[in-house]
Design a protein around this ligand. Structure first.
Ligand code: PHE
Length: 484
C-alpha cells in the first residue's frame, strides 16, 4: 500500500509550505516594486491564471492519477519520456543544494540575533559579506571553506533529514508547524512594520502603479518566471506530493487553494518588507530607491540594518530570521522528498536509508557554496537552473501531457474527482499557452545572456552555468533516442 497523507488539510499544508518560501519574501515584493508597482499585478495575475494554475492542476493530476513520483509518472505516459521526470528531480536536487546554503546563512544570522546590540548594527553590508560569508574578490579566487556556514549547513541538513525521514508520515507532522508559523510571524512583523514612522510611504512606493511598464517584455518575463518558481513547478515536487493522495481528491480545488494562498502571502509579505524599508528610508533621510534591494541583499543587508534601528531590535531580528528559516525549510524538504519518492518508487529500499544518502550527498555538494567564492557560484547556478533548467522541464511536461498523453485524457480524470467540470480552456492552456509562453521566456532569456554575459563572470564560471542549464535537455534527449 502506498503511504497516504493523514488528511487532505495536511496535504494542502505541505503543498503550500513548498510554494511559500524565500521567493515570496525576497523576490515578489522587489519585482513588484521594480516593474511598476500595482501594475505588475496585471501580468502576474494573468500568468497565474493562464499558466501557473493550469500547470499546478497538471502536476497534481498526474501524480494523483498515476500514484507515483515524477520519474515513474512520465515513464507511464511513455517509456521514452522517463527523462522528463529525471530532469525535473535533478534540477530540483541542484536547487536544494544551494537553497539549503541560503538557509544556513539565515541560521547564522538567527543565532547572532541573540545580542542586545546586533553585531551588524554599524555596517550590515560589511557584516554580511565579510564577517558571515568571508567573500573573496572574485569567483576565480575560491578562498577557504567557511566553517561557521558549514556547521550551520550541517544543522540545516539535519533538520531536512528528520523532516523527510519517514516520507509523508514525517513531512505531514513537520508541515503542521512550518506552514502556519511563518504566516503568524509575518503578521507580527507586519504590525510592527506598519506602526513605524515612514512605513506608509514605503508601502505607497511598493504599490503605486505605473502602467507604462506593461509595454515592455521584461515585465512579462519576470511575471511568468516568478509564477513558476513560486509555485514550485517543474521540480517534480507537486507530482510527488499528490501521488500520496487518494485518487478521488478534488484536484482543481487543491490547485486553486494552494496557488491563491501562496500569492496572497506574497502580496502580504510585500507590505512587511516595504513598510520596514520605508521606515529605514525615513530614519536615514534617504530615498526608497537607495535602500531597496533584491535577493540576498534584501534579506541579509537591508532588512538586518532596518531591524537594528528598531526598538527591541534583537527580538524582531530573531523573529525575522525565524521567519526565513520556517519559510525555507518546507520548500527545501519538498525538493528532497521529490527525489526520495522517485527513488523509493522503484527501489525496494527503506525510506530512511534513501533519505540519508540523498541528504548526505546534497550536503557534500553544498560545501562548494560555503567557500569564499560560494555566493558567486550560488548566483550563477541559481540563474541558470531557474531560467533554463526549470523552464525547459516545464515545456517538456506541458508538451508530454498536452500532446502525447492528451490533455483531454487527463482532464477526464480530473473531472472524475469533482462535480463542477474543468472546461476545455485547460487543454488550450496546456497544449498552446504554456509551451509558447515558456519558449518565449527561454528565447528572450537566451538572447539576453548572449548579449550581456550574466553578472560579468568569467567564461569558465558561466560554462558551469550552461552545463546546469543543459543537463535537463540532455537527459530528456537521451531518453527519447535511447533504444532500450
Ligand atoms: N517556491 C519556493 C519559493 O518561492 C521556491 C522553491 C522552488 C522551492 C522550487 C522548491 C522548489 O521560495
Amino acid at each position: 500500500m502506498r503511504d497516504r497523507w493523514s488528511s487532505r488539510t495536511i496535504f494542502l499544508f505541505a503543498a503550500i509550505g513548498s510554494a511559500v518560501g524565500l521567493g515570496n519574501v525576497w523576490r515578489f515584493p522587489y519585482l513588484t516594486y521594480k516593474f511598476g508597482g500595482g501594475a505588475f499585478l496585471i501580468p502576474y495575475l494573468i500568468a497565474l491564471f493562464l499558466i501557473g494554475i493550469p500547470m499546478l492542476i497538471l502536476e497534481f493530476a498526474l501524480g494523483q492519477k498515476i500514484q507515483r513520483g515524477a520519474v515513474e509518472s512520465f515513464k507511464k505516459i511513455n517509456r521514452k519520456l522517463k527523462g522528463i521526470g529525471t530532469a525535473a528531480i535533478i534540477t530540483g536536487f541542484i536547487v536544494v543544494i544551494y537553497y539549503a546554503v541560503v538557509m544556513a546563512w539565515s541560521l547564522v544570522f538567527f543565532v547572532n540575533s541573540f545580542n542586545l546590540k546586533l553585531p551588524w548594527a554599524d555596517d550590515s553590508k560589511s557584516y554580511f559579506y565579510n564577517n558571515v560569508l568571508g567573500v573573496t574578490s572574485s569567483v576565480s579566487e575560491i578562498g577557504g571553506i567557511n566553517w561557521t556556514i558549514l556547521i550551520a549547513l550541517f544543522f540545516v541538513w539535519l533538520g531536512i533529514y528528520f523532516s523527510v525521514r519517514k516520507g509523508v508520515k514525517s513531512v505531514g507532522k513537520v508541515v503542521a508547524i512550518t506552514m502556519p508559523l511563518p504566516i503568524i510571524l509575518l503578521i507580527i512583523l507586519f504590525i510592527r512594520g506598519i506602526t513605524l514612522p515612514g512605513s506608509w510611504s514605503g508601502v505607497l512606493y511598493y504599490l503605486k502603479p505605473d502602467f507604462s511598464t506593461l509595454l515592455s517584455s521584461d515585465i512579462w518575463i519576470a511575471a511568468i518566471s516568478q509564477i513558476f518558481f513560486t509555485l514550485s513547478l517543474a521540480f517534480g515536487i507537486m507530482i510527488a506530493y499528490a501521488s500520496f493522495n487518494k485518487k478521488d481528491q478534488d484536484v482543481v480545488s487543491d490547485s486553486y487553494i494552494t496557488a491563491i494562498t501562496n500569492s496572497a502571502i506574497s502580496l502580504f509579505a510585500g507590505f512587511v518588507v516595504f513598510s520596514v524599508v520605508g521606515y529605514m528610508a525615513f530614519s536615514t533621510g534617504s530615498s526608497i530607491d537607495k535602500v531597496v534591494a533584491a535577493g540576498p541583499g534584501l534579506a541579509f543587508v537591508v532588512f538586518p540594518k532596518a531591524l537594528s534601528m528598531m526598538p527591541l531590535s534583537w527580538f524582531f531580528s530573531i523573529l525575522f530570521f525565524l521567519t526565513l528559516l520556517s519559510l525555507g525549510i518546507d520548500s527545501a524538504f519538498s525538493l528532497v522528498e521529490a527525489v526520495n519518492t522517485s527513488i523509493t518508487d522503484v527501489r525496494n529500499k527503506r525510506r530512511e536509508e534513501v533519505a540519508f544518502w540523498v541528504c548526505l550527498i546534497a550536503f557534500v555538494f553544498g560545501i562548494i557554496f560555503t567557500t569564499g567564492a560560494g555566493i558567486y557560484f550560488l548566483d550563477i547556478v541559481d540563474h541558470f537552473a531557474t531560467n533554463y533548467g526549470l523552464v525547459l522541464v516545464g515545456i517538456f511536461e506541458a508538451v508530454a501531457v498536452g500532446w502525447i498523453y492528451g490533455a483531454s485524457n487527463l482532464r477526464s480524470f480530473i473531472n472524475s474527482t469533482r462535480k463542477t467540470k474543468l472546461g476545455s480552456w485547460w487543454d488550450i492552456s496546456v497544449k498552446f499557452i504554456i509551451p509558447l509562453a515558456l519558449i518565449f521566456l527561454i528565447a528572450a532569456q537566451f538572447i539576453l545572456d548572449i548579449k550581456n554575459p550574466y553578472g560579468k563572470y568569467p567564461g569558465w564560471a558561466l560554462g558551469i552555468g550552461w552545463v546546469v542549464a543543459l543537463v535537463p535537455l540532455l537527459i530528456v534527449l537521451n531518453g527519447l533516442f535511447n533504444r532500450s
